[in-house]
Design a protein around this ligand. Structure first.
Ligand SMILES: Cc1ncc(COP(=O)(O)O)c(C=O)c1O
Length: 385
């Protein structure tokens, strides 16, 4: 059976060049990057070369790159590391749970959070951020691209607001990295987090830009790794893999790979939206070139995810499983969808290696599956709220 993976926003496979770059660091260059002997020096060289690449990727100084375990750690570090009791925090209601749950934990420690809601398009209006600022506001955290809709947020404008009001600004760029160019100097943020596994590097490695002088406390204490900003023996092979993936991402962005993907996405969306009872989530907003989020009325999204999986197509639905119950996506609900339509939404997120044949296969399978499910759907029959 043909297999088409359209769930790149969940995770991505390693590219062959990434595996090749990492391989020596599991074998001959296995040293601890803190050791002073030759083995340590080889490992250190790998880490520092990757740091230079990430500095180019972010447009910052080498010393402003901190390697960590991924997006959750970056988001948690920004929030737990900068906020103190009595501070006010501004974020949005469409962030990843790594931000939302961290904000909820900070409430127990006396930090109040304002969750700014998006417009129906999924875009955050920077003036809503400005309006939320109070004298006690210490940190703003807004994502670069949303994981469910791909909507790209106006981070440069928010950066200007943060600069004008003297508030720290963190960007969760986990879903933007590799899809849109990142320039921390232009954006004017203090902190920015990325994750390896969303950009063809391994799971369990990530990086953070920390602007020089930003007083962020490290989450982990122990050794003096990463200039005391993140204790723990460096994941050398993972870091080398992230460096290679960042280098390849910069080439892809320069070589028009995202333009090619937008073309494929246009075909996918144009054809799927011809089906009756469908619509785009995030219509009218700028979106990452790989992501389409579409609702299919009168069916249950999870049933469609399973039906497509049986035909070899991997996508995700507009609901998440929390404590055994399926909850509609908080992102789509914040955009004003009702529960039924949020549950009937599907996310197609292409890898940068996606082909026209992949899109054609999806376009062949989805209409049949939608028709079949609608014919037997309890939503259609009005027996499911
Ligand atoms: C926007 C966003 N932020 C943070 C994360 C968490 O990243 P990680 O899986 O590296 O912990 C994800 C992962 O889905 C994400 O999509």
């Amino acid at each position: 059976m043909r297999r088409v993976y359209m769930d790149a926003n969940a995770t991505t496979p390693l590219l062959p060049e990434v595996v090749e770059a990492m391989h020596p660091y599991w074998m001959e260059h296995f040293g601890n990057a803190s050791s002073i002997h030759l083995h340590g020096q080889e490992a250190r060289k790998g880490v520092e070369r990757a740091r230079e690449t990430l500095a180019e990727f972010f447009n910052c100084h080498d010393a402003e790159v901190v390697f960590n375990s991924g997006g959750t750690e970056g988001d948690n570090t920004a929030i737990f590391g900068l906020l103190h009791p009595g501070d006010h925090f501004i974020t949005t209601s469409i962030e990843h749970s790594a931000v939302i749950q961290a904000a909820q934990r900070m409430a127990e420690r006396g930090v109040e959070t304002t969750f700014v809601a998006p417009q129906p398009s999924g875009l955050i209006d920077p003036t809503d951020i400005l309006r939320a600022i109070r004298p006690q506001t210490r940190l703003i955290s807004v994502m670069l691209a949303n994981n469910e809709t791909g909507v790209i947020q106006p981070v440069a404008e928010i950066g200007r607001i943060a600069a004008d009001t003297g508030v720290f600004f963190h960007i969760d760029a986990v879903q933007g990295a590799g899809k849109v160019p990142i320039d921390v100097r232009r954006i004017g943020c203090h902190l920015l987090s990325i994750s390896g596994h969303k950009m063809h590097a391994p799971k369990g490695v990530g990086a953070m830009f920390v602007r020089r002088g930003t007083p962020v406390e490290s989450l982990l204490v122990g050794g003096s790794h990463e200039r005391r900003r993140r204790a723990g023996t460096e994941n050398v092979a993972g870091i080398v893999g992230l460096g290679k993936a960042a280098e390849l991402a910069m080439h892809s962005l320069a070589d028009g790979v995202m333009d090619r993907l937008s073309g494929l996405r246009w075909k996918l969306e144009t054809e799927l939206l011809k089906l009756p009872g469908t619509g785009m989530n995030g219509a009218g907003a700028p979106r990452a070139a790989n992501t389409s989020n579409i609702w299919f009325d009168n069916l249950e999204g999870e049933a469609l995810v399973i039906a497509l999986d049986l035909k070899g197509i991997a996508v995700s639905g507009g609901s998440a499983c929390h404590s055994g119950a399926t909850e509609p996506s908080h992102v789509l609900m914040a955009m004003g969808l009702d529960k039924t339509r949020a549950r009937a939404s599907l996310r197609f997120s292409m890898l940068k290696t996606a082909t026209e044949a992949d899109v054609d296969y999806v376009l062949q399978v989805v209409p049949e599956a939608v028709e079949r499910l609608r014919a037997v759907s309890p939503v259609e029959a009005g027996t499911l709220g």
